[in-house]
Design a protein. Structure first.
Length: 414
């Protein structure tokens, strides 16, 4: 559900015409809907209203501070994976006691920064990290609450690059050794407090069974740890709930919530969730302008001003994003590749897509681009990164200026 709908022939972001935004902010431009962001946060939050819980939005999906502030203002917490994401969260007004720190390769300086800010929990992914965290906490005379991210070896049935809970993946500590690590930590790593169990199995998961399998295994571990006398208070289920890009029908947050609550009632834990995509994916679009159209004997191409540096998902994962004309023209449909200006055949936003015929200067909206869109963008081919805009009712605001040519060489020296 989102608020990018047509009024007459023209696509709107909430109450604002996208043509109007594109005129002021230029293209390519990411446009987010504030109402959609809030709606998604509250859908998640309401799904768990009968249980103690914290919704820790996973910043990697979209880290613009206006997006983060929207969630922080609604009472949300955050899942971070770097010092940079912690910095962004704090700038946006996040409560450090609602921040969890994930990731396989946290550096010492990052651990120390997060310790100094008194975040809630470190989701440790290796024995080495636990020892580094303890040493850092000792140096700073702090205590660190931690969870071990366990690898439950379940198949989330999603793209291989975004599956994380299989034995062969680099993530987490295997179930079998996790107990030993908890027990070792309690005995020997004296500045650490074992307070949680963490499990994240992958992303864009569109069915319930993989989550249920992971939860079942996590509950067994919880029981065993409590039997060892460990005071586990938090069960972090990670993120991963999928969205509809095309015809996928993932469980709604309410159904996801129901299934999880059924399995966790009476466990006496606070549930933590790290949704990224489900919160922001359908709350954002990428608007791009047609530069040229080109017909060859074998194909038609629509060459647009957004490229794989702006939205990497189609090139990187073969991901599907719906594309709409911003203004309906009534022209017949054609089958074409929508491609960017970058010098690689891998630079495309859509292949063999059925779209109304378009002309130079017209606008296209790449849908469901709010998650892993701008946050994965780069300056490849020395392309300044796109502007970002937040629509809110009948108003909108530029929340990130388009980069300039000068921005491209900032910090460089010849
Ligand atoms: N927690 C952890 C530890 C994660 O690694 C991730 C995502 C999340 C939470 C949030 O997952 P979500 O709810 O967004 O599925 N760039 C890829 C997705 C990579 C996901 C990485 N980890 C894409 O564009 O599909």
């Amino acid at each position: 559900m989102h608020f990018f709908t047509r009024k007459g022939k023209t696509l709107y972001a909430e109450g604002v015409s996208i043509e109007k935004i594109a005129k002021e902010a230029g293209t390519p431009v990411y446009i987010y809907s504030n109402k959609t962001l809030k709606r998604h946060y509250h859908a998640f939050d309401a799904a768990f209203k009968t249980a103690a819980h914290i919704i820790c939005y996973s910043i990697k999906a979209n880290s613009n501070i206006a997006v983060l502030k929207t969630f922080a203002d609604e009472g949300g917490g955050f899942d971070i994976v770097s010092a940079g994401e912690l910095f962004r969260a704090l700038k946006a007004g996040a409560d450090p006691r609602k921040i969890v720190f994930s990731g396989v390769g946290k550096r010492t300086d990052e651990l120390e920064y997060a310790l100094r800010k008194n975040i809630l929990m470190f989701n440790a992914e290796s024995p080495g990290e636990l020892r580094a965290l303890n040493a850092a906490a000792k140096r700073l005379k702090k205590r660190a609450g931690f969870a071990i991210r366990v690898n439950p070896d379940v198949d989330p049935k999603t793209h291989p690059y975004i599956s994380t809970g299989l034995k062969k993946n680099k993530f987490g500590i295997p179930f079998e050794t996790a107990i030993e690590e908890y027990v070792y930590a309690r005995k020997n790593l004296r500045n650490l407090d074992p307070i949680g169990i963490d499990c994240h199995i992958g992303s864009q998961i569109t069915e319930m069974p993989p989550f249920a399998d992971a939860l079942k295994k996590t509950k067994e571990l919880l029981k065993k740890l409590r039997a060892e006398g460990l005071a586990i208070k938090y069960l972090d289920m990670g993120g991963g709930l999928g969205i509809t890009y095309d015809t996928e029908a993932p469980p709604q947050p309410s159904k996801y919530g129901e299934a999880i609550i059924k399995e966790t009632t009476g466990l006496d834990v606070t549930l933590i969730f790290e949704p990224g995509r489900a919160m922001v994916g359908n709350a954002g679009i990428l608007v791009t302008k047609v530069i040229y159209t080109k017909d060859t004997p074998s194909k038609k191409f629509i060459i647009v001003d957004a490229a794989m540096n702006d939205l990497a998902r189609p090139s990187l994962y073969g991901a599907y994003h719906a594309i709409k004309v911003v203004k309906e023209t009534g022209r017949p449909e054609i089958t074409a590749d929508v491609v960017g200006p970058i010098c690689e055949s891998g630079d495309f936003l859509a292949k063999d897509r059925l779209l109304p015929e378009v002309k130079s200067g017209e606008l296209l909206a790449v849908m469901s681009a709010g998650a892993y869109g701008f946050s994965m963008s780069s300056n490849y081919n020395a392309r300044p990164r796109a502007a970002e805009v937040m629509a809110d009712g009948n108003k909108y605001k530029i929340i990130r200026k388009r980069e300039t040519l000068e921005d491209l060489i900032r910090g460089e020296k010849a």
